[in-house]
Design a binder for this molecule. Structure first.
Ligand SMILES: [Zn+2]
Length: 156
């Protein structure tokens, strides 16, 4: 039974965050974590394993989050069994870059936050221009440009 949607991730100064409530007409709901809480998001792509949404506070011109439908609580809970899923998330990320009109002129990185501000595992796909009004603090900058950002590596 789906209850009323709750924005789970609400921090005053988020590094990464889910898309805004009511940002699109057709709302999409996703179960998060063990407890029955839901967030509402704008999806830009989905398949049987993953969903891609726009970061609510994009830190660059192109900034997507790739989430598995089956929530993984954090990088720490990733096991061998998740390998295929993580590779799939990486492949979806590459697809997002391929369909991006600015792919020729911009560089992209795919990666995870070592200490995420959001409790569900998500892969960032972010263009390296960092041209965004939402990039406001040193913490934001560091979270995408230092070791804090762990590269996702595919098999290609
Ligand atoms: Zn993140």
């Amino acid at each position: 039974m789906i209850g009323s949607p709750t924005v789970v991730h609400k921090l005053p100064n988020p590094i990464c965050s889910l898309a805004a409530l009511n940002c699109c007409k057709r709302q999409n709901k996703m179960k998060t974590g063990r407890r029955t809480s839901y967030f509402v998001f704008c999806k830009v792509y989905k398949d049987e394993k993953t969903v891609v949404i726009k970061d609510k506070y994009p830190k660059a011109r192109y900034h997507w989050l790739i989430l598995p439908w089956d929530p993984i609580s954090s990088l720490k809970s990733v096991t061998r069994d998740h390998l295929e899923l993580l590779e799939h998330m990486h492949a979806v990320g590459q697809k997002m870059i391929e369909q991006c009109p600015a792919r020729e002129s911009l560089e992209f990185r795919l990666g995870y936050h070592a200490i995420p501000s959001m409790s569900q595992l998500h892969l960032h796909v972010i263009s390296q221009d960092f041209d965004s009004p939402a990039l406001k603090t040193k913490k934001h900058w560091n979270s995408f440009t230092t070791d804090y950002f762990l590269n996702s590596e595919g098999n290609d």
